[in-house]
Every structure is written in structure tokens, then in C-alpha cells.
Design a protein around this ligand. Structure first.
Ligand SMILES: [Fe+2]
Ligand SMILES: [Fe+2]
Length: 172
């Protein structure tokens, strides 16, 4: 296959991926956990993820994308700390596992950030842009809309007493 054809195909796949991704990471008030600080941070993370995904479409935006990705990481770090404080406060029984997820996501962020420093030409841009998008998806849809939803159910004190809804951590 000609090089040009390959690039056209990659662009088509990316266009499709971008549109579905943008829909997936668009903030909705339905995602709220009813805690103002957490909801504000979650909404900002979703908005930053959309901005990053927009910048990931053109190699010309490479520097802006790195800056935005760093901004995302700073907010993510701050958010995880604030969220863990809230979880301690409500006595969330699955705090240990939740904290481990935060830690893993922050390590992944640092790893990707480091890799972005040696960014090459256009093919490398597309490849790395996908890694960035995949991470955004992991934080928003993977963590906020799945793991965070679990503690949202436990926010009300009366629900905390229901063991089937808020199961405690297992293991050491
Ligand atoms: Fe969160
Ligand atoms: Fe979380």
C-alpha cells in the first residue's frame, strides 16, 4: 500500500475515533456525586480531556497538547488528594482500593508525560496522541464514571450501613 493511502486511512480512523471519544468524555450533570468540590473538579477534568483530545488531532498543536496534558495532571493530582480526604471523612470502606487506583493513574500520567518529551515526526505524533487519548478515557470513563460512582452511592450515611452497597476492602 502507498504511504499516502496508509496516512489517509489512519486519518479516517482517527476522525471516527475522535468523534466517538468526544461524545464519551462530554460532561453531563448526571455524573455529579453531589459534593460541590468533587463535582467541580470532575467537570474541569472532563473539559480538559475534551480540549486535549481536540489538540491531539494535529501535529501543529503538539506543544499546546503537552501543556494541556500537564495541566490535566496537576488537576488530577490535586483532585485525588481532595477526594481521598472526603472519602476518609465519610468512612468509605473501599478507600484502600480506591487510593491504589489513584496511585496507578498518577504513575501512568508520569510515564506518558516522560515519553512525550521525545516526541518525533507525524507518525510518532499520531501514535502518542492515541496514548494520551487512551489515558484521558481511562480517567474519565474508566475511573470517574465507574470507581467514583461506587463511593457516590456511599456518600449518604444511611446507605453506608447497607453492606451489599458498600462492601469493605479485603486483604491486608
Ligand atoms: Fe474523582
Ligand atoms: Fe477517584
Amino acid at each position: 500500500m502507498q504511504k499516502k493511502q496508509v496516512y489517509t486511512r489512519i486519518s479516517a480512523i482517527q476522525g471516527l475515533a475522535f468523534n466517538s471519544l468526544k461524545q464519551l468524555i462530554s460532561w453531563s450533570n448526571d455524573f455529579k456525586v453531589d459534593q460541590l468540590q468533587i463535582d467541580t473538579q470532575h467537570e474541569s477534568l472532563f473539559k480538559l480531556a475534551v480540549e486535549v483530545s481536540e489538540l491531539s488531532r494535529s501535529p501543529a498543536d503538539k506543544d499546546k497538547l503537552i501543556t494541556k496534558f500537564e495541566e490535566f495532571g496537576i488537576l488530577l493530582d490535586e483532585h485525588f488528594r481532595d477526594e481521598e480526604d472526603v472519602l476518609v471523612e465519610i468512612g468509605y470502606p473501599m478507600l484502600k482500593g480506591h487510593r491504589a487506583e489513584h496511585k496507578a493513574l498518577l504513575s501512568e500520567f508520569k510515564f506518558i508525560r516522560q515519553r512525550l518529551s521525545n516526541w518525533g515526526g507525524e507518525p510518532a505524533f499520531q501514535e502518542k496522541a492515541f496514548v494520551v487519548l487512551n489515558f484521558m478515557l481511562g480517567v474519565t470513563v474508566g475511573h470517574i464514571l465507574h470507581s467514583d460512582v461506587n463511593y457516590a452511592r456511599c456518600m449518604q450515611k444511611d446507605l453506608l450501613k447497607q453492606a451489599d452497597i458498600c462492601l469493605p476492602d479485603h486483604g491486608p
